[in-house]
Every structure is written in structure tokens, then in C-alpha cells.
Design a protein around this ligand. Sequence first.
Ligand code: AMP
Length: 248
Amino acid sequence: MRILVPVKRVVDYNVKVRVKADGTGVDIANVKMSMNPFDEIAIEEAIRLKEAGKADEIIAVSIGVQKCQETLRTALAMGADRAILVKTDAVVEPLAVAKILAKITEEVGADLVILGKQAIDDDSNQTGQMLAALTGRPQATFASEIEIDGDKILVTREVDGGLETISITSPAIVTADLRLNEPRYASLPNIMKAKRKPMDEKTPEDYGVDLTLRHTILSITEPAERAAGIKVADVAELVSKLKEVGAI
Ligand code: AMP
């Protein structure tokens, strides 16, 4: 089984982002960037499947600026076998990402694509679903457990009422939720080894995908500042304050 894992370079989850002064977006100049956390989980799951003898090859792919190479090297250091960088300086919306991924899925003959359930920068939660639609493959989103038995893939999903287990047939698309696993840290020897693993460089044009944006961001604003808290002397005062603000 060949597994494709798309990994996105995003602002590190520890960074407190700031909106640009002109309100056109978030300021990412001189900000720490990392692999999208859900994609780390997706890579980890692919590695575990390979370690369990259920997969033969893991290919990581990233679409974006040249520096996405660093994200791909992290994936390779964790245990992916090879990588594909689809280089572009343009903003790429989920539909265009999904179109590129659909072409790569066919090109490399991926039996399973494991994506993150969402990228923490735009919180779109669209790419996996669009990829399934474009490739006509079955999808299982928000996976918290994946079990492979031949061409059957059993996926446990986190749904409102609890856990749902569904069975899909490969080739398929799965998106990873937070509780699927805890990703490993890459060891120093593996970081060194990753430098020698193959990385192909492509462009969106190689896949014939038009990146024209289909929506316009009208504005981006900072969330409202939270008011400072106050100290109360006793429970009676707490109750009266809560009544004052209509909380009880
Ligand atoms: P989204 O639909 O943007 O929330 O992203 C969902 C998932 O799609 C991510 O967790 C990644 O696995 C994948 N993805 C989205 N954008 C990219 C990108 N530019 N490069 C590689 N993978 C991506």
C-alpha cells in the first residue's frame, strides 16, 4: 500500500498571530512556521501503518513557497520515504490544493491519502472532502483510529454523540483528528538521513491547475479584547455581580 500525506506549512500553533495594519491578512513576516499539527498526526499514522507492515511507501507532498521544503524535510525525518514540493508563491485555495492533490494521487498511485482534518491557519476543513469528490474515492473524515485489513479500511470517527466506526474500501481518503495518535519527534540521526531522501520539485502548471482565486477576503479583524476580571469579597457579592451582568 502506498500512502500519500499532504502537509501544509502554517504559522506555529504557539504563535499569537497579529492582523496586518491594513486588515488584508495575518502578519506572517518573521513568525515561526511549522507543519500543520493535524498533518503531523497524519504522517505519524502513515509511519505506524508502515511499521505494522500494512504500508510500503509514504510520500509527503506540500504546496506552497520554497520554504515548504523545511516542512517536507520534517516529514522525511519523521519517517516518510520521499517528498514532492509543488512550488508556488501564490495563495492556493482548498479547491486548487485538492485539484493538485487529485493529480498527484493518480500519478503516484496512492492507495490511501491521509490528510489533516483542517489546516490551523484558515480552518477551512475542505481539502480532504474535495479530494474525495474529485477522485471519486470513499472518504472517512475526523479519524481517531484507522485499521487496515486487506483493501478494507476501518475508520473510527469522532462524531457528536460519541464514536462511529465505518468501513471503506481502498483506494480512499481519510482525514486525521487530534486523538488519532501522538506524533513522534524526529531523532537527530533521522534528521541527518532525511537530507538524503528524494524530493521532487513541481509547479501547479505541471498539473494544469489554475490557481485563480474564487473568493475575496473582505476584511480580517482582531477579536474583541477581553475585559479585565475583578475580585469579589464573598459569594454574596459574586452572586450579585453575576446578576448585574445577566449571567444568572
Ligand atoms: P484545509 O481544508 O485547508 O483545512 O486543509 C485540510 C488538509 O489539507 C490539511 O491538514 C493538509 O493535510 C491538506 N492541505 C491543505 N492545504 C495544503 C497545502 N498547501 N499543501 C499541502 N497540504 C495541504
